[in-house]
Design a protein around this ligand. Structure first.
Ligand SMILES: NC(=O)c1ccc[n+]([C@@H]2O[C@H](COP(=O)([O-])OP(=O)(O)OC[C@H]3O[C@@H](n4cnc5c(N)ncnc54)[C@H](O)[C@@H]3O)[C@@H](O)[C@H]2O)c1
Length: 315
């Protein structure tokens, strides 16, 4: 004959099992709902939101992808704030945007790796232009050679520009976005931020760091159920800006360098559709996720077969 205590314990256990079963069922429905929603949004694409009237700050917009982004945002009616360490290229970008008939472009000389410089120039931007509503952390460098041929200063510089700068710009602009509960952070990682590539050890490390930063920050802000600040991480394959000095591409026709204009269009589209992350081209996202499920040896066979990489820029 069970005692009263045993009957009570058994009752508690049944309640707990029922509770967990109900929670798991709810979770399964939520996962199914998310899955169906993502398929629907693949077919019925969300309308891109307007950027007219937004203040878009793009770091490293004196050249390459950043410059193309500046053109695109200006052409869509946004005020564009160009930051670059290269004054000549930065002012030239503004000049070219103005020549296209878009008067709302501003250049500020800024070394994004320098926290004091970032915070000072950010105040200047706030006073002269206004509150930044879209921040695009784009500036980056990519020295390409074997790890032991990187000097300590070079490794430090890669981390300062490619990673630490994101902390400084976030320190400068995220508080105002939080205050208004409005804004969008876009960060340039790389496909080198989702798989390791020879000759790019510090660079890959910096781009994996950007991925971690963005994912963790997104989760942190999401914890506030009322949060409306959006996050978009970008993982481009090699883009034809000159950053990749000696690309190796086995299948030239299948995997050519991406045109910088196309890369910028993809980035702006992802931002305007509030996409959380994209690879450029987009199929790399699915190919990569599928590959990661395979045994390491199989992944390595595929990596060697695809045959994409970079030769040392010292050779
Ligand atoms: N080009 C590619 O193949 C490729 C691929 C994947 C990811 N990315 C990433 O995209 C971003 C842009 O690349 P890109 O190819 O346009 O490069 P780019 O070299 O053409 O332009 C980078 C710009 O950043 C500026 N810059 C560098 N250091 C700076 C600093 N300390 N402060 C302010 N500005 C600074 C440069 O002056 C330059 O104008 C980078 O983060 C890069 O890592 C590029």
């Amino acid at each position: 004959m069970p005692t009263n205590n045993q009957v009570q314990d058994c009752g508690t256990l049944i309640v707990q099992v029922a509770q967990v079963t109900a929670d798991v069922l709810i979770l399964l429905f939520q996962v199914l709902y998310a899955f169906i929603l993502s398929i629907v949004t693949l077919v019925v694409r969300k309308q891109p939101k307007s950027v007219r009237g937004e203040i878009v700050l793009i770091t490293g917009a004196g050249h390459g992808i950043g410059k193309e982004l500046a053109f695109l945002y200006a052409s869509q009616g946004a005020t564009v704030v160009i930051w670059d360490i290269n004054e000549k290229n930065g002012t030239q970008t503004v000049k070219e945007i103005e020549q296209l008939g878009h008067p709302k472009a501003h250049f500020f000389l800024c070394d994004v790796s320098n926290r004091e410089n970032v915070l000072t120039v950010a105040k200047d931007v706030q006073q002269k232009v206004g509150d930044v509503t879209i921040l695009i952390n784009n500036a980056g460098i990519m020295p390409t050679h074997p790890l032991l041929e990187h000097s300590k200063d070079e490794i430090q510089r890669i981390m300062d520009i490619n990673v630490m700068a994101h902390f400084w710009t976030l320190e400068a602009f995220l508080p105002v976005m939080k205050k208004h509960n409005y804004g969008h952070i876009v960060s340039l990682s790389s496909t080198a931020g989702i798989f390791g590539i020879p000759n790019l050890v510090p660079y890959c490390c910096s781009k994996y760091a950007v991925r971690g930063l963005m994912e963790a920050l997104y989760q942190e802000c999401r914890a506030d159920k009322k949060n409306e600040i959006k996050f978009t991480s970008i993982y481009p394959y090699m883009v034809d800006t000159g950053l990749c000095k000696k690309p190796i591409i086995k299948f030239q026709n299948l995997m050519p360098l991406v045109n910088p204009k196309e890369a910028a269009a993809e980035i702006m589209d992802a931002q305007r559709r509030d996409l959380n992350e994209i690879t450029i081209p987009r199929y790399i996202f699915y190919a990569h996720n599928l590959c990661r499920m395979l045994p390491l040896k199989a992944q390595l066979f595929i990596f060697d077969f695809v045959g994409v990489g970079l030769e040392s820029d010292l050779s």
